[in-house]
Design a protein around this ligand. Structure first.
Ligand code: NAD
Length: 497
């Protein structure tokens, strides 16, 4: 059995643990690898290597660091097919979708290539007579990332390219369900000329995460995953005096207004709800159908959900692949059972899908619920599978209230042809990322990604300008030169004249 270990100091690192986890190919249901679970000592070893590497790396010029990133970008492009196949083989999503997610990660590397420009500070001449002031941003030290299973390339790449471009060193703890992509990215970064020890990968579970939280030499932690773990990371990293951004779960609504282009809304929703089998933090899992659009919307959606092409991610005809693990598949099916018991109307039932000649893959069909109510668990909780719930609202105000009252605040969209409605929605909705006639409003790399409410703990979003702020600290210098200045002692709070 293939054993996935760790990547520390520029080479594969065995670690000391006897504990391992199983990695599956979701399309066949077969185990493909075993992954080593790092001990506290293994994590501490990776951090001490990263701490040592920081001494030189933080002194490299931003231009030097940018050139390594340019080379890394080239290598990702060259290895795009290989990386994409790794994502498909451990996550299960379809090839085109996996490739798109890799490209979204690559775009963050491209953004980070501009680090000389991004690290420029501010300067004011003569803040007082003959006194100048300027600010600069400096790296923090060792930063760590803890990432979820659903984007094994993109989410880690929201973090480490910017952290490293800013002069930090990095320890990544990817999801134990699909760890191979991070290992390959670490190899490629080294090949691009990154000094050993600047980017390290430790695989593992809670023990490795707790070791990160408790290691005093880690200055900042970026987390992406479910809300309960995000809150745990936020609270405990703060307690240990670390800078922290912790992105959590979601329940993204799509408001469909009666005046919208119905085809556009239906097609947008199909991709947003069932793409990646609904395992996206920006997946649309609730449609709020406003007024008379509800019946035609449900009818059109049902037809398309029934004809979804489901199969292995490497089959070019597949529109939706399997779920990531058997446990996750059971959990999602369990939610469908709950919805039925709660009295929602199951219009399309994908629970019993069987693929010909494939009994063990983690597949289910798309599910569509109508008449979902706001007190139901299937409305309140994140399902993270191919299950779309339609809630009916009588007007725009009721739809907006639903969105704003929900505990999560990651993404939302509205389909309308009316400019007033679109504008009012953008200003009044309490959500971090908003789409107007755009079903999955994931901000591009040079903007920043993050939700509101219980979808993000901390105050900086990821990548883009907020990423640079998160991975640097601000220093402000006030200076004057002695010539021509009288130097009597001053006992009052200095003010500038
Ligand atoms: P998860 O919370 O189970 O795991 C995320 C990370 O935390 C993994 O590295 C895992 O090893 C670690 N972890 C799990 N349990 C832990 C524990 N008890 N103590 C310490 N660490 C622990 O999430 P997941 O199932 O891998 O990913 C799906 C979740 O991630 C969904 O809730 C989804 O909405 C969310 N997500 C959010 C965003 C966002 O940007 N807001 C993006 C992607 C995914």
């Amino acid at each position: 059995m293939n054993l996935i270990q760790h990547f520390v100091d520029g080479k594969v690192f065995k670690g000391t643990s006897k504990r391992t986890g199983k990695v599956f190919d979701p399309s066949t249901g077969e185990q493909s690898s075993e992954v080593s679970f790092a001990t506290t000592n293994d994590v501490n070893e990776a951090v001490s290597v990263a701490k040592k590497a920081f001494i030189d790396w933080s002194q490299k010029t931003p231009l030097f660091r940018a050139r390594v990133l340019f080379k890394f970008k080239e290598l990702i492009e060259k290895n795009s097919d290989k990386l994409t196949k790794i994502i498909v083989s451990e996550h299960g999503k379809v090839y085109g979708d996996a490739q798109g997610s890799l490209t979204r990660g690559l775009e963050v590397v491209e953004f980070a290539c501009g680090i000389p420009q991004l690290l420029k500070g501010e300067f004011t001449e003569n803040v007082g007579t003959n006194v100048d002031s300027w600010s600069m941003r400096q790296p923090l030290g060792v930063c760590a990332g803890i990432t979820p299973f659903n984007f094994p390339a993109m989410v880690p790449m929201w973090m480490f390219p910017i952290a490293i471009a800013c002069g930090n060193t990095f320890v990544l703890k990817p999801s134990e369900k699909d760890p191979s992509c991070s290992m390959k990215l670490a190899e490629l970064f080294l090949e691009a000329g990154l000094p050993p020890g600047v980017f390290n990968v430790v695989n593992g579970d809670k023990e490795a995460v707790d070791a990160i939280i408790n290691n005093k030499d880690i200055a900042a932690v970026s987390f992406v995953g479910s809300t309960p773990i995000a809150k745990y990371i936020y609270e405990n990293c703060a307690k240990n005096e670390k800078r922290v951004q912790a992105l959590g779960g979601a329940k993204n609504h799509c408001v469909v207004m009666p005046d919208c282009d119905l085809d556009q809304a239906v097609n947008g929703l199909m991709g947003a709800a069932y793409g990646s089998a609904g395992e996206r933090c920006m997946a649309q899992s609730v449609v709020v159908a406003v007024g008379k659009i509800a019946d035609p919307l449900v009818k059109n959606l049902a037809k398309k959900v029934e004809s979804l092409k489901i199969g292995p991610g490497l089959d070019k005809k597949s529109e939706m692949g399997p779920l990531v693990t058997k446990q996750h598949l059971e959990k999602v099916k369990g939610y469908v059972d709950i919805g039925v018991k709660e009295g929602a109307k199951l219009i399309v039932d994908g629970r019993n899908l069987k693929l010909k000649g494939n009994k063990k893959g983690f597949y289910m069909g798309g599910c569509l619920f109508d008449h979902v109510k706001k007190n139901m668990r299937i409305y309140k909780e994140e399902i993270f599978g191919p299950v779309l719930s339609v809630v009916r609202a009588k007007d725009y105000e009721e739809a907006l209230r639903l969105v704003n009252d929900h505990e999560f605040g990651n993404g939302v969209s509205i389909f309308t042809r009316d400019g007033d409605t679109g504008r009012s929605f953008a200003s009044n909705v309490k959500i971090g990322m908003v789409g107007i006639n755009i079903p999955i409003p994931v901000p591009v790399a040079f903007h920043s990604f993050g939700g509101w409410k219980r979808s993000l703990f901390g105050d900086q979003h990821m990548h883009g300008p907020e990423g640079v702020r998160f991975y640097t600290k601000l220093k402000t210098i006030t200076s004057r030169w002695p010539s021509g200045i009288k130097s009597d002692p001053e006992f009052i709070m200095p003010t500038m004249k």
